[in-house]
Design a protein around this ligand. Sequence first.
Ligand SMILES: Cc1cc2nc3c(=O)[nH]c(=O)nc-3n(C[C@H](O)[C@H](O)[C@H](O)COP(=O)(O)OP(=O)(O)OC[C@H]3O[C@@H](n4cnc5c(N)ncnc54)[C@H](O)[C@@H]3O)c2cc1C
Length: 432
Amino acid sequence: MRVGVLGGGLCGLAVAGYSRHDCEVLEADSRPGGHCQSLVQDGYTFDVGGPHILFSRNQEVLKLMLDLLGDNIETCRRNSKIFYKGRYVKYPFENGLYDLAPEDRFACLYHYVVNDYPAPTNFKEWIYHTFGKGIAEAYMLPYNEKIWNVTADQMSMDWVEGRVPRPPVEDVIKSAVGVETEGYTHQLNFQYPRSGGIECVPRAFARKCRKIVCDFHVSKVWREKDEWCVGDGKTVKRYDRLVTTIPIDNLLSALPGVPRHVLDACAALRFNSIITVMLGVARQDLPMFSSMYVPDREYLFHRLSWPNTFTPEGAPQGCTAIMAEITTNAGDGVHELSDEALYAHCIEGLTKMGMVDADAIRFKAIHRTKFAYVVRTFDYATHLKTVLDYVSSLGIVSVGRNAEFEYINMDEAVRRSLEVVKRIDREWPIAG
Ligand SMILES: Cc1cc2nc3c(=O)[nH]c(=O)nc-3n(C[C@H](O)[C@H](O)[C@H](O)COP(=O)(O)OP(=O)(O)OC[C@H]3O[C@@H](n4cnc5c(N)ncnc54)[C@H](O)[C@@H]3O)c2cc1C
C-alpha cells in the first residue's frame, strides 16, 4: 500500500519511520523537522520555533526519543524566573512568592487563602478561583493574556489541567514564608541534545524513513478513481492512502469542494503565530536562566530563554545565546513589524532589563512561525469536530499539533503518531 504522508515534522517522520507501509513524506520546506528545526550557526544553537526541551509524564515515549539521541544528551535542571517589578521571581510564580516585595507577598498569600470566588465558567474566572486576586492580577492574568493574545474570559478552561501548574496549598504558604518548594515537577528536570539542537530528534526519525521529498508544497489533493493525487503545482504524486500532519487550514485549502460550513468552522478556529528573536552576546557575565516569563506589556516578548543553559554548545565560549518569543496575530501591528524594528525593540528592552549589552551583540536571527499555539475559545471543540469529522469522512487520517489543532508537545505528538502507525498497519493491507 502506497501511503502519502503530508508534512515532514515530528509526526510525519514518526509515522513514515515506523510504519510497515510504503510511505512517502511530502514536506514543503527545504528540510524536514517542522516546529522542531534548529539553527546552528557561528557557534550558536537555537530552536527556531521556540525553545524545545524534552520532558514527559509518558516514560515510554520519552525513553524512545532519548534512545534515538544515543549519548547526545544533556540533562538539565530548570532554573526559570518571572520578571516582575524588576525582580526575578522563581517559577512557577506561586512557588516563588518569597521573591516578591513584602507587600506583594502579603497580597498574593492573603487573597490565595481568603478566596471565595465562585466556581468558574471561563479561564479568567478559573484563574481568580484557583489563585485568588493577588496572584491572578500580578502574574497569571497578564501573562496568559499576553501569550494567548485574547482576554482570558474568551477562553474555555477545559484545557488547563496538566498545563497550568496548580500547587498544593501548603506549597504556596511555604513559598510565601521562605521555605523552598518546587512546582510543576514533571518539567523540573529535562533533557536536551548536547549538539545540534532539538532538530536532532526529528532527524533521528527521518533516518528511519524510506522516502522524504522536500520542497514539495502540497497545494492540491484530489481523488482519481481509486487513487489519491497530491500536487504541488509542478508534480503529481499518487497514493492509495493519505495521512496528513500539515495544518488543517492548509489541507482544506488544497482539497476541492469542501462544504461551506466546514470552511467556516475552520476559519473560526483561532491560533497564534510566534516570532522568535535570537541574539548572540559576547559576554557571559549577564543574568542567565533556563527561561524567564515576562508578563509586563511594556515588552512585546512574553518569554526569554538561554539555549546555552541547556547545553554548553548553545553558544561559543565566553558568549551567551538569548531568545525572545513574541506571540502575534496578523493585523495586530506586531505581526507587521519589520525584522529591524523587532531587533530594536528586543535589544532595547533586554538592555533595560539588564539582560544584554547592546554593544556586545554579535549574532542576530529572526524566525516567524504561522501556526504556533491553538487558542481554546469556547466554540473550539464544536468547530474542530466539524473539521476533523469532514477530513476523516474522506478517509484521510490526521495526526499532529496543527493537523489535529491541539496543544500537544513532542511526547504526545510521537505517542499519537505511533498509535496511527498501529492503526494503519492493522487496518490497511500491507503490500508484498
Ligand atoms: C513555541 C513552541 C514551543 C514548544 N516547546 C516545546 C517543548 O519545549 N517541548 C515539547 O515537547 N514540545 C514543544 N512544542 C511542541 C512541538 O513543537 C510539537 O508538538 C511538535 O513539533 C509537533 O509536530 P507536528 O509534526 O505535529 O507539526 P509540525 O512540526 O508543524 O509539522 C508539520 C509539517 O508540515 C509541513 N507543511 C505545512 N504545510 C505544508 C504543505 N502545504 N505541504 C507540505 N508540507 C507542509 C511543515 O513545514 C512542517 O514541517 C512547542 C511548540 C511551540 C509552538
